[in-house]
Each structure stands twice: as structure tokens, then as C-alpha cells.
Design a protein around this ligand. Sequence first.
Ligand SMILES: [Zn+2]
Length: 320
Amino acid sequence: MSTTTNVFAGLALDRHAEERDDAAWVQAQVEDRRSRYLLLCDDARAGHRALVAAEGDRLRLLGSVEQRALLPQAPATYLGEDAQGPLFSIRVEAALGAQLASELAARELDLRSAGVALPAFDAGLFAYARALAHWQANARYCSRCAAPLDLLALGHRMRCSDPACANEYFPRLDPAVIVIVSWGDRCLLGRQASWDPTRWSTLAGFVEPGESLEDAVRREVHEESGVVVGECRYHSSQPWPFPSALMLGFEARASDPQICVGRELADARWFSAGELVDGILAGHLSVSPPLSVSHALIAHWLREQGVELDAITAMAPAQT
Ligand SMILES: [Zn+2]
């Protein structure tokens, strides 16, 4: 049983999923003076960016008075309720986002940076809002009849605007498995050709239709490295809205350790704990950063070998 809370996971928010279709309840949320609004600025390259206070490390949420003054007509997506009341998100065009950032003494921040820099609640809220924003921005027409879609349930569902069709759509989520495979006292890591030559990570891939998660783990590991996986069990998961993945972390044991690197990777190797520690301390090896579940999986495996990854990386030369 894992006690890890991965970055973006564990968001303490009551989503009120059952109430989002109740018109009277929806009206009460919209009119609640305690409501706060997370602004998401369109960014074609990096995805939506959030407004963050110029000083400190918190999201710069708009209060209801600010929202009514600055963005009275903008459609808001309901995120949920915390102890201080309802939380919504609003998408704005890049130019308006830049203007509001200036007026509100705020700055724009991308989600990867937020995952490292912001408190867990703020990072998780941003990840959740960004996943919905990406879906809303990209699912605009019915894939059955091509009529425009209407947004319903405070931003959580869409329906084809042609009553003869009325096909419904839900936020897209792409499950992906990510796995640390062990063989005796070694673990399997791989690297992609586009990465920094020192960087190594756990193997990962999307789940295909007709597969269980365990099937996907076995297929991906074999395709990417040639290694055959035997025992396989769940570790932990992580929302990964880049743009719409759900990362499902596993630990597995090899039943055949023979490596035959597939087309997706530049290299795959077995590493002992000592080799990882020596490589990290010498600065010629790095593993996935703390943002990702991959880091948690490598840290978990190293801990079983008696090594604390974060203590080792803290002693390593700074990465450029
Ligand atoms: Zn349709």
C-alpha cells in the first residue's frame, strides 16, 4: 500500500458531481458571493496558464466582485467547494489574460512550473481546471453529425445542439501505465533519443482498447525493452493533464531480463542502486524530476534497497 501523494493528486475539494445538473443548485452557486475564480489564459504552445500572485506562491483567484467587474459575461466552469465556498474557472484569450495579469498584479504560470512551485492544493486545482479547459477548447463539434456542441452541467458535459442527434460527450481522459520493473537487485530504466543524454526514466505508454492495465504494462515493457514482465502490481496514480492523461504507476518483476531495445527508446538498461547513486552523485545520470509519478516509483524502489533518492539528488551537482 502506497502512502505517496503524487503532485496534482489528493485535491481536497467537494466536486458536487451529483448536483451539477440541478438548475436551482447551479443558480445558488453562481450567485454565491463567496465564489472564487481561477483564470486560465490560453497559450497555444504551453496549454493554459494560470494567474499566480506576483508575490508568494499562491494562485491569484478572483473574488466574485472582481469577476463581476472584469469578466461578467465569461462562462465559468464549476470546480467544487472548499471550506471557503465555491470555486470556478474561467478561460480567457491570451491578450486579455496578459492585460488582467497586469491589472491584478499577477503573473502567468504554466502547469509544470506550478507543480513544483505551488502548494499541493493550488497545483491540484490548476491541474483539474486545465484538464477541463483543454477538453472544452478542443471538443467543439459533434463527432457523429458535426453540429456544434452545447456545454452543460457547469462545464462538465457537452451535448450535440442538433436535437435529432443529442449525442453526449464527457471530459476526455487517456489512461497511461508507467512502471518500475525489477530483476533481482536491479531496476529497468530507459531513455528517449530526444532527452538530455544523462536522463533515465521508468517505461510508460498508453493503455489500448481491450487491455487491462496489467496487459498494457506487459505489452509496453516488452515493446520498448524486450523484457518479459511476470508479477505486476499497482503503486499509485497521478492526474497528468498534458493534455489529458491519467498516469497509473505500477511495480513489476521481470520473468525474462533479456533486453532488446524497441523503436520508441534510444536505450534501456538494468541499473543497481549503487550504479544509480554513483551516476547521480557524479552528475552523469539523472532520473525523472519530483513532479512525476516516475520519480515516486524510482524513489520507492531505491528505498527498498536502503537508499533515499531525494537525499542523493540533493547532494548531486546542479543540473543545467
Ligand atoms: Zn450530433
